[in-house]
Design a protein around this ligand. Sequence first.
Ligand code: SF4
Length: 375
Amino acid sequence: MPVPISQIWTVATYVLKQKLKGRKQYPLVLMLEPLFRCNLACAGCGKIQYPAHILKQNLSPEECFRAVDECGAPMVSIPGGEPLLHPQISEIVAGLVDRQKYIYLCTNALLLQEKIHQFKPSKYLTFSVHMDGQREHHDFSVCKEGGYDEALDGIKEAVKRGFRVTTNTTLFDGADPKSVRAFFDEMMDLGVEGMMLSPGYSYDKAPDQQHFLAKTRTRRLFHAILSNRKSGWRFNQSPLFLEYLMGRRHYTCTPWGMPTFNLFGWQKPCYLLQDGYADTFAELMETTEWSRYGTESGNPKCANCMVHSGYEASAVDHTFSSLKGFMATVRATLFSRYEDADAMSALDQPQKPVFLHDALVQIGSSRQESNEVEA
Ligand code: SF4
């Protein structure tokens, strides 16, 4: 069982309480961004493009605790930026452990060996290490030669010291399914608790037909990767969300399931889009026009989106909404091989990783343009 029973119990009782109270919109994971600066400059990341005076700022531990208490979600994910660059990150983590929140500290692990002595192993704390694939692919993705090996050393140290460790991987259309499956073997051999996956977010002004094809390609990619699963692979996320990525079920977006708090306040409507900010969590929930978002809304920014921050909470909600949803989750947990001959033969088809490369080059050149404008 990749996720500890105590965490499953906490989440299950929390969701059931929301159901009993008749709440249709409730937070499941708070995305707490205590800073935007990073020690990497990945081409696919929009966070480090903020001006220098914003990149210098940190949320204080008190601001973090206030947001966590206001929101009330049982799990807190701490992305960034790179959270290990925050001068008070160990104080923030300790305060959240005291509040019995299940924390996923999302790190590129470059500083993990240096800073690990600041943390104590706890069932509440997981280091969620950003790994985008095998050595060559990861180094390309994070724009740093040797990044994979440094992250690997961090993972090994954390596992050795008894910390909970997961990997988190973003996959783009064009990824090589065979290589991704070999990467899963490498990660599980390190002794991590489980792996987390999400498709990358893409938004362009292409016609609808192209959006449709983009989602189809995403499903085809995950179908090839996650069918014929090896028994040693463990995933630290909802099995129904993985089925959604494989195209086996349909969900609508629940952006309130993973609300985001950062230096600007509560971000509307989700982790990916910035359509304004609210001062309080209550204001976020009351004033966001939720019907304007999600694939069905017709909002072009949402047309391609299948990311975990929009759809994983939908899958978890499904688990607890009916006996059928619960039984589907049990079945997906117990029978997770998904044998499929077509998916197996898709692994041998030649891959053209054009989309990822083009996307990274495009993002890189727009960043260069915006830097030139600022300069
Ligand atoms: S579909 Fe994606 S981009 Fe749109 S609101 Fe949901 S999570 Fe955000």
